[in-house]
Write a protein that binds this ligand. Structure first.
Ligand SMILES: *[C@@H]1O[C@H](CO)[C@@H](O)[C@H](O)[C@H]1NC(C)=O
Ligand SMILES: *[C@@H]1O[C@H](CO)[C@@H](O)[C@H](O)[C@H]1NC(C)=O
Ligand SMILES: *[C@@H]1O[C@H](CO)[C@@H](O)[C@H](O)[C@H]1NC(C)=O
Ligand SMILES: *[C@@H]1O[C@H](CO)[C@@H](O)[C@H](O)[C@H]1NC(C)=O
Ligand SMILES: *[C@@H]1O[C@H](CO)[C@@H](O)[C@H](O)[C@H]1NC(C)=O
Ligand SMILES: *[C@@H]1O[C@H](CO)[C@@H](O)[C@H](O)[C@H]1NC(C)=O
Ligand SMILES: *[C@@H]1O[C@H](CO)[C@@H](O)[C@H](O)[C@H]1NC(C)=O
Length: 320
């Protein structure tokens, strides 16, 4: 049973390794989103580094080729102006009157992000599918436009909520109801109702999108129109990858257990098999010995059976 013991140890080690992998994968996804925020803040601020910036004017950032698909913009405002007037339209966001930031700064920069096809990479929706890209709105201190890795300002809407216009999403005629999703800055996720005019609302900044529950695709018998790239919902490729990873882990663990059970059965079987083999060998040896004896003892070389099964009956015996 030494073999069995070491196999059990190996299996336990595999299990431990797998669970560690799951934990690190989860911490990486949120860490990745934070690192992206830091990177995008830098690129957004670079759009503001020019001879003359107009306050309240939106400047689009230029991103490196390894971030193609993401859009970033910067809007610099006096915080007093933000509180008194709000921002009527900043891309898809509408900021009402009465918004205050914490800690107080004299000027701030509102960084807008559209994560496009990177949405599922940085904000994998658990069990959902995106109907729109993830849009981010974050606020930073504007006092140093060369600053990197700035800490976020906490922005609260006190009266009316901030609204996000998702008018571009395609309406689903039937199926699951689309919902707003908010990725809060503290790492929690909130779901809320998508209004009939396709708007989501929030009282704080963060990342937002519209999702539907990704149920198993119905067995569509005929679909003459294949979904084109770009059109339609953003596929949750990352979620699938994660799912398949989990399945691989579950599969290998179950496989390992099955192997262990099989080995458990195999060891006694091999034992038994060896025994039977040995007995068969002994029997054969006995048989060989017997036949040798018989040939030695018998007068003829023809093999003779010790017991005659069917006695030959002579017809003449019945004749009177
Ligand atoms: C974190 O995840 C991203 C994609 O989700 C990947 O590109 C990156 O290499 C990962 N980082 C680490 C340290 O594993
Ligand atoms: C993209 O490339 C730049 C260098 O060109 C690098 O600093 C940055 O970390 C890269 N970003 C990602 C997300 O890989
Ligand atoms: C997003 O699309 C661009 C091209 O439009 C591509 O270069 C980039 O690799 C894509 N990103 C992801 C995560 O698929
Ligand atoms: C950014 O700042 C945080 C603390 O606010 C720090 O932990 C982190 O290492 C910094 N990252 C970079 C790239 O400087
Ligand atoms: C939402 O945005 C679209 C343009 O993308 C615009 O036509 C529409 O009027 C906006 N809706 C509201 C309620 O602001
Ligand atoms: C995280 O933030 C959201 C909204 O900003 C809030 O509703 C929630 O209570 C916070 N959760 C924690 C644990 O701080
Ligand atoms: C967000 O979700 C948390 C739980 O995850 C809940 O405590 C909080 O009240 C929610 N906030 C909003 C604004 O719905």
């Amino acid at each position: 049973m030494g073999l069995l013991g070491s196999l059990t140890m190996l299996l336990l080690k595999i299990l431990l390794f797998c669970s560690l992998r799951i934990v690190t994968a989860q911490t990486n996804s949120t860490g990745g989103a934070r690192a992206l925020d830091v990177l995008l803040q830098d690129y957004a601020y670079q759009a503001l580094v020019r001879p003359k910036i107009r306050t309240g004017f939106v400047y689009d950032g230029v991103l490196p080729s390894n971030l193609t698909g993401i859009m970033v913009s910067a809007l610099r405002l006096r915080s007093g102006s933000l509180r008194r007037y709000g921002v009527r339209m900043y891309k898809e966001f509408e900021i009402p009157i009465g918004v205050v930031e914490q800690p107080y700064v004299e000027r701030l920069v509102l960084v807008y992000q559209n994560l496009g096809n990177w949405s599922v990479v940085y904000h994998p929706p658990p069990g959902y599918m995106y109907l729109a890209p993830v849009l981010g709105l974050l606020a930073y201190d504007a006092s140093n436009l060369m600053a990197k890795n700035l800490s976020l300002l906490d922005i609260h809407a006190s009266g009316q909520p901030i609204s996000i216009n998702f008018s571009d999403i395609k309406s689903l005629p039937e199926g699951p109801v689309p919902r707003c999703v908010a990725f809060n800055l503290n790492g929690t996720i909130n779901f809320s109702v998508l209004s009939p005019d396709k708007k989501c609302t929030t009282f704080q900044l963060g990342h937002f999108s519209v999702v539907v529950e990704s149920t198993a695709p119905p067995p569509a018998p005929v679909s003459p129109m294949p979904p084109g790239p770009g059109a339609g919902p953003v596929p949750s490729g990352h979620g699938k990858k994660n799912n398949s990873k989990v399945w691989i882990i579950v599969g290998s663990v179950l496989g390992g257990l099955a192997l262990l059970v099989m080995l458990g059965l195999l060891v006694p079987w091999v034992h038994k098999y060896k025994k039977t083999k040995k007995m068969q060998r002994m029997e054969r040896a006995a048989e060989v010995g017997e036949s040798l004896e018989m040939t030695r003892v018998g007068s003829t070389k023809a093999p003779t059976a010790t017991v005659t099964r069917t006695q030959p009956t002579l017809e003449t015996e019945y004749v009177p």
